[in-house]
Design a protein around this ligand. Structure first.
Ligand SMILES: [Ca+2]
Ligand SMILES: [Ca+2]
Ligand SMILES: [Ca+2]
Ligand SMILES: [Ca+2]
Length: 214
């Protein structure tokens, strides 16, 4: 059998005699099979499969095989505020956490309690770009959050006077009722850090994620 390739088409050509060089042999046309490879979605496409709608700036790892994926983050900042971006596990595409929905009392604390990649602080200096890498468990949905000019610790401590604003892709979860997360591409999230949408440039933090199966 001989194999040749033209683009996505592989040709398998068989010779059915073992007498080479004779008129009835060696022509490798006794059986020919063309195999065309279809478009096999990559892991990044699978994660992004439900992205694209207004409040669907989510990571869908429910369809991935295996146990974990490596997530490589590229984080860029164009903002005066020192923002903090993270991700948390949600139970459905509307952001539910147990019995809590976005906007319910205690939702922000519950979201921070579900925070993943807790050893990664996705924050960079203004105008800077940095790379981070971590692993995520497959089989779950994750949503991003942005804390404007603050940290999770400030929201979780006992002092309510130092609480920064936290924003989610789910408008109901945002105190100002404004959109603060926008999809800029597959697994590319742009965040707006100002109350009420501010200048709406959605580049105050930009997080791009590339997934690979472990
Ligand atoms: Ca506080
Ligand atoms: Ca949005
Ligand atoms: Ca902005
Ligand atoms: Ca900006």
């Amino acid at each position: 059998m001989r194999v040749s390739q033209s683009g996505s088409v592989f040709t398998l050509a068989w010779e059915d005699t073992n007498v080479d060089g004779l008129s009835f042999g060696g022509d490798f046309n006794d059986l020919i099979i063309n195999v065309e490879l279809g478009n096999i979605p990559g892991v990044n496409q699978l994660v992004a499969i439900d992205q694209g709608e207004d409040q669907r700036e989510l990571l869908d790892l429910t369809q991935l095989p295996g146990q974990q994926v490596t997530a490589d983050f590229t984080v860029n900042r164009e903002a005066a505020l020192d923002n903090f971006v993270g991700f948390y596990r949600i139970d459905d595409e509307d952001g539910q956490i147990g019995s809590l929905n976005p906007g319910d009392a205690g939702y922000a604390a519950a979201a921070l309690g579900r925070r993943v990649l807790t050893d990664l602080d996705l924050r960079v200096a203004d105008g800077a770009t940095e790379s981070f890498s971590g692993t995520l468990d497959v089989g779950f949905l994750y949503a991003p959050f942005i804390i404007a000019n603050g940290t999770p610790e400030q929201l979780l401590d006992q002092d309510t006077n130092n609480d920064p604003e936290i924003y989610f892709p789910f408008i109901a979860g945002n105190a100002d009722g404004a959109d603060h997360v926008r999809l800029l591409g597959d697994n590319v999230f742009g965040f707006e850090d100002l109350p009420g949408g501010g200048d709406n440039d959605f580049n105050d933090i930009v997080v791009q994620i590339n997934f690979t199966l472990v």
